[in-house]
Every structure is written in C-alpha cells, then in structure tokens.
Design a protein around this ligand. Structure first.
Ligand SMILES: Nc1nc2c(ncn2[C@@H]2O[C@H](COP(=O)(O)OP(=O)(O)O)[C@@H](O)[C@H]2O)c(=O)[nH]1
Ligand SMILES: [Mg+2]
Length: 418
C-alpha cells in the first residue's frame, strides 16, 4: 500500500463542509489503496497559481512528507499542470490531485467495455496537458491503458506520447460511438440466474462498504454461502453473496458519488454505474450526519433517473444514526426509509427483513412432490431458484421453494399433465 498526505486549501467554505470534503478525499484515496498518514490545511483568500498553497506551507509540506516518509501527496482540488510540476520539484514526491484519484477509482471499477472506453478517454484527456508534470505517474497509468508504454528519450518521448494519446482518443471515441449505437438496438438481458441483485448506491462516505460488511457478517451460515459461491465464480470483488433471512442475494457496492465531480467525468461516472440497471432493489445509502443530505439524495436520484428507465424498488437507508443524538426527523417524501447504523448494527435485522419483503413480494411459495421422471423441472428449480426444503422420498422429490411467475406456471402445467 502506498502512503500519502492530503493537502486542502480552504478559500471560502464553512469549516465543517471543508472537513467533510477532506474526509471524503481520504476515503477516495483508501479506495485506491493509498493510506493517508496526515493532513495539512490552509485558510487562504485565493489559490496560489504557482504552488496552489502558500510558499511557506510548501516548506511545511516538504518536511511533513519527509517525516512520514510518504510516497505521494494528494491535493483536494484539480491542480494545473504547472502546479503539479512545481510542487513535485519542491517536495520530491509524487503529486496527485482529486481528479486523478477519482479517475483511478473509475479505472479500477469500470467493467463493461463502454465504461472502460469512457474512463480511458477521460483519463487520457486529463493526462494530455500534464504529460510533463506527471512523468512519474505515467507508469501507474500505463497498466490500465497500455498507451503510454512506448519508450523513447527526452523531449521526443513526450512528443510521441502526445501524438499517440491524441490518436488513441480519436480511436476510442469512434469505438464508443459504435457501442452506444449498437446498445440502442439490443435489449440488455444478461441475467443468467434468478438470484436477486441488490445495489448499494450513495455518496462516498455514506457507508456503502460498511453496510456490505455488516450484511456479510450477518450472513453467518458460511458453509452454505461458500457452497453457493462456487456457482458465482465470475463475481467481481465488489459483489458478495449474502444470506438474508431465507434467501440468498447478490449485493453490489457501486462507485460512490463525490462532491464537485468535474464535468468531464460525468459520463465515465455514469458508465461505471451501469450495473445498477440490472438490480432488483436499490439500497440508497444516506449519511444522516450530512447537513446536505436532502441535496445529496436529489443528486443521486437524478442520476439514477438518467440511468435506469424501469422502476426499481428502493429503500432509503439513513446510516450513521448512532451519531445522531436527538430524534432524527425525516420528511415523508421518501418511501421505505430505515434509520440504520452499519457500525452499531442498529436495525440491521429490520433492514434485512425489509430487503426480503421488497425483493420477494411478488414471488410464490410452492410446495410439491415431483415424480422422478420430472427431473427436468427439479433441475431447473435447484439451479435457478432458492430452495427452502428438499427431500428425496419413495414417491418423488419433495421441494419447498419460492419461484417466480414463469416457474409457477410451469409447475402448474406439469401437474395438469398428470
Ligand atoms: N459512526 C458511524 N460511522 C460509520 C457508519 N457507517 C460507516 N461509518 C464510517 O464512515 C466512513 C465511510 O464509510 P464507508 O463504508 O467506507 O463509506 P462508502 O464510501 O460509502 O463505502 C468510514 O470511516 C466508516 O467507518 C455508521 O453507521 N456509524
Ligand atoms: Mg466504499
């Protein structure tokens, strides 16, 4: 894990909003596997065009960076190419800015071809004017794009890189255009299993990962989960198989919303959220301690509206309720709300129950003994549905399961055929 220091300059924000922003950045860095050892802040009237912070602060920063022996310094803002170059010279450390960290997260989380293209285009557009300043960071980027691997020397290298990058951006945009065109004519229906999918959505720091962990801990019938996991070998790292009260579901931790997302990153951000389209339920995580939570909900919902055209049931999870001392009043504009704490597990059981209600409300409970010459349906049931009970007797296979409409009809038909 790399180690780093965060730098923030407060020009005209309220203190607690500024502090929250730095917390968010810390969380973002940790998502990029950079451990934050310290933070330096400065209240200034205007940003220093040369060093972002004041020259005195730069000295302090250099000493602190040397003291902690960090690999990098991360600024809570987008830096100009010149600023990166100057600060890197002055401190002798790798300099990253907020935008770079966000891009790094998007790079790691982009799954579909479209998302990968979007993110690479954004990354290259960001790198282009910064080639000189980011010389040491290029190797980090090289792995994801491959475009910067070309080797040369001195100035010519930069020229080659510049030309390559421009060519590559043009090629990527062309491919992206084709993908978007193709997508319009094909319906996405990639679901292979009938297992339900839950997406955790919300701002960075709202507690998405903590909630996933709380659910995971609760999912205590580990043997069963391990067995089931074999079926889902293709799961990516952010998706987990979770046992609720009766059923297994897949829970996906999505890329978090961030404050002041640069405009040129919006498309990449949306593309990394594509997986929400396939969700059967959305857990909208809200940081109850945020004074701006209403706005945050609205921003999140607006993006969701853009992204998904069908109605996906939603539960508003007002997290961090342990930090709220008085009664927490929530307007009744939101349906399906729950006051929750991922830390103290307040209302975890309630949340699990609510999830199950929302996910399985239009499922049928079936209880039937299938004769042994009906193994095809039994096979389908076992592979694709949640089996609550199964036993093999003389008359056949007894199964209790919850099934969807399609399977329900299939079973009814097979009964009639007898
Ligand atoms: N007090 C308290 N802190 C929480 C709770 N949930 C998360 N946190 C803290 O909030 C920060 C962000 O949580 P995290 O799960 O990483 O948020 P994410 O960015 O949405 O995945 C971490 O420092 C957590 O320890 C909670 O219910 N109560
Ligand atoms: Mg997280």
């Amino acid at each position: 894990m790399e180690k780093g220091i965060i730098v923030g300059a407060n020009t005209n924000q309220l203190d607690d909003i500024f502090i929250k922003e730095l917390e968010e950045l810390k969380n973002l860095c940790e998502a990029c596997e950079i451990e934050i050892l310290d933070t330096i802040t400065q209240n200034i009237k205007s940003i220093n065009p040369k060093y972002y912070i004041g020259t005195g602060k730069v000295k302090e920063l250099k000493e602190l960076a040397a003291y902690h022996n960090v690999d990098c310094i991360i600024f809570n803002d987008e830096l100009s190419p010149m600023q990166i170059l100057n600060i890197e010279k002055a401190t002798d450390k790798d300099i990253y800015d907020r935008t770079y960290i966000i891009l790094e997260i998007f790079n790691r989380r982009a799954k579909t071809r479209e998302a990968k293209l979007q993110v690479e285009i954004a990354t290259l557009s960001y790198l282009l004017p910064r080639l000189a300043g980011l010389k040491r960071n290029l190797s980090r980027q090289a792995g994801s794009s491959g475009v910067l691997k070309s080797r040369g020397s001195g100035e010519t290298l930069k020229e080659i890189e510049k030309r390559n990058i421009n060519d590559r951006i043009i090629a990527l945009k062309k491919e992206l255009k084709q993908i978007i065109k193709a997508r319009k004519t094909q319906r996405i229906n990639r679901k292979k299993n009938n297992i339900k999918v839950v997406a955790l959505v919300g701002y960075t720091n709202s507690g998405k990962s903590s909630t996933l962990n709380a659910l995971l801990e609760h999912s205590n019938s580990l043997k069963e989960v391990a067995e089931k996991n074999k079926v889902f070998t293709t799961l990516d790292t952010s998706t987990r198989l979770i046992k609720l009260e009766n059923y297994h579901v897949l829970v996906t931790d999505t890329v978090g919303f961030v404050k002041h997302l640069p405009k040129f990153l919006l498309d990449s951000f949306k593309s990394t959220l594509e997986e929400i389209k396939e969700a059967d339920l959305i857990l909208h995580l809200v940081d109850s301690t945020s004074t701006l939570y209403k706005q945050e909900i609205e921003v999140t919902n607006n993006i969701l509206k853009d992204l998904v055209d069908k109605d996906i049931p939603k539960i508003y999870v007002f997290n961090k309720i342990d930090l709220i001392k008085e009664h927490f009043f929530i307007e009744d504009t939101y349906e399906n709300i729950i006051r929750f704490s991922a830390k103290t597990k307040t209302n975890l059981n309630h949340l699990i129950k609510l999830m199950e209600d929302k996910l399985f409300e239009d499922m049928y409970l079936i209880e039937n003994t299938f004769s042994y010459n009906n193994v095809k349906i039994v096979d389908d049931l076992i592979t694709n549905y949640e089996i609550l009970e199964i036993s093999y007797g003389d008359e056949g296979i007894y199964i209790k399961a919850k099934v969807d409409n399609k399977m329900y009809n299939l079973i009814s038909e097979s009964k009639n055929e007898k």
